[in-house]
Design a protein around this ligand. Sequence first.
Ligand code: PEP
Length: 253
Amino acid sequence: MKRRKFVAGNWKMNKDIAETTELLNAVLGMPTVATGEAEICVCPPFPSLLRAEHVLAGSRILLGAQDMSEHDGGAFTGEVSARMLTAAGCTHVILGHSERRQYHGETDGLINRKVVRALAAGLVPIVCVGESLTEREKDETTARITAQVEGVLNNLAGSQVAGLIIAYEPVWAIGTGKTATPGQANDVHALVRGLLSARFDEKTANSTRIIYGGSVNEKNAAELFARPDIDGGLIGGASLKAGSFSSICQAAG
Ligand code: PEP
């Protein structure tokens, strides 16, 4: 089954409203971004979302957020709901990024509740999993990824899973300049696809997009995206430079 490639830029806590306008206009000005088959998404910080929606109107670039609440609304100071995100023009939301797990104590259970909430609101979750360096060195990658995938997808139906995106992001490769080799990454993607097949069915496993994140840049993107189980990328640092991001999008086709 041919899966459409997906590339998302995770801007993290970078770019205020004026800088968002500037970067998006630069990205839109890149000829390689206007064409191509891959789905492209950018995930700026919350205060920039509305402006991003205006700047991106009529373009092929989709809009995502970097997190959201597990709750629908109410007395949750500092939180943002799924409905607020869709109202601001978001179609996607990153959930369970390793920085949320590490700095905000997010667990697979919490991420699972957010995934359920996002799907109910019509958002496409980009759900992150990934092992730490210690886990990889202790040969615990398979166990860690298995536990995370099972945890974040708990109680979901295969039809729901086929509509979300799983991002494999080895923690040791995020923002470090160390990229998993295409072989290392594809092995974990194949593992995840095998888990989906066992838990749901082959159709679900073959429909679900699994993207790679961790120091993807314009030099290594094409080789990573050429692997059979790598369906695109979640891009941090390189998504903040219009030229790099557009080259990565071009590598996705
Ligand atoms: C990320 O934060 O999701 C990420 C992959 O970052 P970087 O590309 O900078 O490693």
